[in-house]
Design a protein around this ligand. Structure first.
Ligand code: PLP
Length: 369
């Protein structure tokens, strides 16, 4: 049987993730696999922790990549912090806020939600009123809602949560690496991300950080963490200290890839990387507008790395996506949930966020429309 890997063609990844992976990261994946307790590998793990702390703006000791995709990061945060009956407030304005609600509910939390129209941000007044009326163990929000392209005001929500005394849990899967994420400054207690968006690494790891306050909550649990694989009380024994204890075999080559991907971003400089995302986004919006295409989200709340574009009337949206992929080797994303058939999601994430990607897409779109 022919090996299908020989025929994979390069695609310019301009969807909601994964994003284009730089050559250096592929090379890192192909470096020799060594033992997960090899001292050389442990030094690499320690450096990855420092890279993540630097990029997330945190001194949190517990800052590691969880084995698994972004959803494993979400699950890790909730499963370690929730005990049955705990009160949790989830701010929802898209698919990933809803996923948080599902995860927290399955763990037996008493879940309250505040819902906002998809395509609009979380409203601070509503959060303030809700927090004045009740105390919560956790308040959770998605920073960059990938299903809509909306940026939520995480810093401002953090200030309100601090007054309530709750733990502040943030999804930074799509935001991390493309716009500032300041864990300590914004009062974030638990945060997770993913590798395949603005970090431009293949999917497979979920960077995560827990504040000292979140660790205290973990240590104060009356019940065991109900998931063995994601139990941070055990995982930390592998990621910390002079003697490392086996928990599960680390995805060694994925950690090489993350190490390389973070190194590329830190070498370019985070501010330069953020400016590159913004410039590509502005170029895309201008180009789309000149084709008569408008954006779903109001300018102040737009994410640079995820552009929700209203599909022009009379256009067969699936056919255009298919042609972009088959004829032009460009992937863009469709809408999810209530936005299915109404928007395309154009990603400018990480390595993809460049002038040449935008030019290639605009040119192809013009032909296909
Ligand atoms: C905001 C957000 N949270 C969570 C996830 C889940 O991540 P994964 O698909 O890597 O499990 C995604 C994936 O697109 C996301 O965009």
């Amino acid at each position: 049987m022919a090996n299908l890997l020989h025929d994979i063609q390069d695609v310019l990844l301009m969807g909601p993730g994964p994003s284009t992976v730089p050559e250096k990261v592929y090379k890192a994946l192909a470096a020799p696999t060594i033992g997960h307790l090899d001292p050389y590998f442990i030094t690499i793990m320690d450096e990855v922790k420092v890279q993540l702390q630097t990029m997330l703006g945190t001194k949190n000791r517990l800052t590691i990549p969880v084995s698994g995709t972004g959803s494993a990061g979400m699950e890790t945060c909730f499963v370690n912090l929730i005990e049955p009956g705990d009160k949790v407030l989830i701010l929802i304005n898209g698919v990933f806020g809803m996923r948080m609600q599902d995860v927290a509910t399955r763990l037996g939390a008493s879940v309250d939600t505040l819902e906002f129209e998809w395509g609009t941000p979380v409203q601070l007044n509503a959060v303030k009123d809700k927090l004045a009326a009740s105390t919560y163990k956790i308040v959770a929000v998605v920073h960059a809602e990938t299903s809509t392209g909306v940026k939520n005001p995480v810093a401002e929500i953090g200030r309100l949560v601090a007054q309530n005394g709750a733990l502040f849990l943030v999804d930074a899967v799509t935001s991390f690496g493309g716009i500032p994420v300041k864990v300590d400054e914004w009062g974030i207690d638990a945060l997770y991300s993913g590798t395949q968006k603005c970090l431009s690494c293949p999917p497979g790891l979920a960077p995560l950080t827990f504040s000292p306050k979140a660790l205290e909550a973990l240590q104060a649990r009356k019940t065991k963490v109900p998931n063995w694989y994601l139990d941070l009380t055990m995982i930390t024994a592998y990621w910390e200290g002079n003697t490392r204890a086996y928990h599960h075999t680390a995805p060694i080559n994925m950690i090489y890839a993350l190490y390389q991907a973070l190194d590329i971003i830190l070498a370019e400089g985070q501010d330069t990387v953020f400016a590159r995302h913004k410039a590509a986004h502005q170029q895309l919006v201008k180009g789309l507008e000149s084709l008569g295409i408008s954006m779903l989200v109001a300018p102040d709340y737009r994410l640079p790395m995820l552009n929700s574009v209203l599909i022009p009337d009379g256009v067969d949206e699936a056919k255009i996506r298919k042609n972009l992929l088959q004829k032009h080797r460009i992937e863009i994303g469709s809408g999810l949930g209530p936005l299915a058939g109404k928007i395309w999601r154009i990603g400018l994430m990480g390595h993809t966020a460049r002038e040449e990607s935008v030019n290639r897409l605009l040119c192809a779109l013009q032909k296909e429309l």
